[in-house]
Ligand binder design. Structure first.
Ligand code: ATP
Ligand code: MG
Length: 120
């Protein structure tokens, strides 16, 4: 998976809102993410680009709290460490997901969608 940075991006000396310093995810028999990193600052738009199966959806699912990262993830939100899996509902409401396949959702999306129905 590639992180493409534009030369018009905001300066990187601004502290990130979301700072994924390291994040791995292993499904049974499949390492989906290995030491993934991404920093998102106010006003930035990022695109996750990668071949099928490179872990794009997994990263979003972990950030949204639908999937639990491997032990050892180091993620900061607004300068403070955050456990994405145990984040409070208030913290979780700060991450919103627009689903690729709306047909899989029977009603309201956002952070109230049941985990088991998450389809990104
Ligand atoms: N629930 C799961 N159980 C086991 N393996 C999984 C599971 N979900 C994803 N994987 C595997 O993890 C890897 C990353 O999958 P992921 O769906 O995150 O990739 P992706 O980049 O979103 O792919 P695509 O471009 O096809 O949407 C793949 O090898 C996939 O088969
Ligand atoms: Mg995907």
């Amino acid at each position: 998976m590639n992180v493409v940075e534009s030369d018009k991006a905001p300066p990187t000396n601004v502290p990130p809102i979301l700072d994924v310093r390291t994040l791995s995810k292993t499904y049974p028999g499949q390492r989906a993410l290995v030491n993934a990193k991404i920093a998102v600052r106010r006003g930035e738009i990022h695109a996750l680009i990668g071949q099928n199966g490179s872990g794009k959806s997994t990263l979003i699912k972990v950030l949204a709290g639908y999937v639990k990262a491997d032990h050892g993830a180091d993620v900061h939100f607004n300068g403070k460490p955050i456990d994405l899996w145990r984040a409070s509902s208030e913290q979780r409401s700060l991450v919103r997901i627009v689903h690729q396949d709306l047909g899989s959702c029977s009603h309201t999306l956002g952070n109230r969608e049941p985990r088991a129905r998450s389809r990104l």
